[in-house]
Design a protein around this ligand. Structure first.
Ligand code: NAP
Length: 233
């Protein structure tokens, strides 16, 4: 069975994806809250668990140790991320968002791709967001960090031959501890999001919107005149 590592598997989308992929992959689960990772592992019939704080200097080493303990890795999903409403622009919130979503994301993404390039192939999946496509006045670092994630993944895809697959997943609203209150029409469950992500993985998509209606939203945002963008943000 192939091996998959999910970073950010202790909650929300990452946890639901662990449940979705169990059975098709041997799983490695990483995040800071190992008690929750253990519970997810028990839930899915066993998994390798590792405490990784993606912002810490040892994050890449801990990721490599997890890969070694599993005997290699075929699929890496980076779902770790934070997003805090921050209308007063508190610097600590902006800084933490950049630390986790930009620096931490890059630490794991580079470790994964370097490993895939050395071993002959693999699949990297980054969980970006539709928020990558429009500035957010209440949490500007969040949308900007997701724009970074999407563009970074594009760069990794362009450097890779066909052996290294890179998928950029852009969810809309998903009902998780991170998500702001959303209209039910716009929101999906973590389980629905996980099914969409699993489909994108199986199809080796370059970019996948979850749920698919967000593809249309993205196209509309792209052609919306500048003077209207602030009204929908
Ligand atoms: N929910 C939405 O509406 C939505 C929409 C678009 C995109 N997304 C993206 O989807 C991803 C998952 O978010 P979610 O909604 O599932 O939120 P969540 O339930 O809060 O899960 C976030 C995950 O990130 C992990 N994490 C946070 N900081 C970390 C750190 N320093 N090191 C390692 N892991 C860390 C958390 O684990 P620990 O706290 O245990 O470390 C947790 O497992 C994020 O990248 C988010 O930006 C979410």
């Amino acid at each position: 069975m192939p091996n998959a590592i999910i970073v950010g598997a202790s909650s929300g989308i990452g946890r639901a994806l662990a449940r979705e992929l169990a059975g098709a992959y041997d799983l490695g689960l990483a995040a800071r809250r190992t008690d929750r990772l253990q519970a997810v592992g028990e839930d899915v019939g066993g998994a390798h668990v590792a405490r990784i704080d993606v912002t810490e200097p040892d994050a890449r080493q801990r990721f490599d140790d997890l890969v070694e303990s599993m005997g290699g890795v075929d699929l890496v999903v980076v779902s770790s991320g934070i997003g805090r409403p921050n209308p007063d622009l508190a610097w600590t919130d902006e800084r933490d968002t950049i630390d986790v979503n930009v620096r931490g994301f890059s630490a794991i993404a580079t470790a994964a791709v370097q490993r895939f390039e050395a071993s002959g192939g693999g699949h990297l999946v980054g969980i970006s967001s539709v928020a990558a496509e429009i500035g957010d006045p209440d949490m500007p670092a969040y949308g900007a960090s997701k724009a970074y994630v999407s563009r970074y993944l594009e760069g990794l895809r362009y450097r890779s031959d066909d052996a290294v697959v890179v998928t950029d997943v852009r969810p809309g609203y998903v009902d998780t501890p991170m998500a702001p209150e959303a209209d039910r029409f716009w929101e999906c469950s973590p389980e629905t999001a996980a099914r969409g992500i699993a489909r994108a993985i199986a199809k080796e998509k370059d970019v996948a919107y979850v749920t698919r209606r967000w593809w249309l939203v993205s196209k509309l945002l792209a052609v919306l005149p500048d003077r209207f963008r602030a009204d929908v943000a």
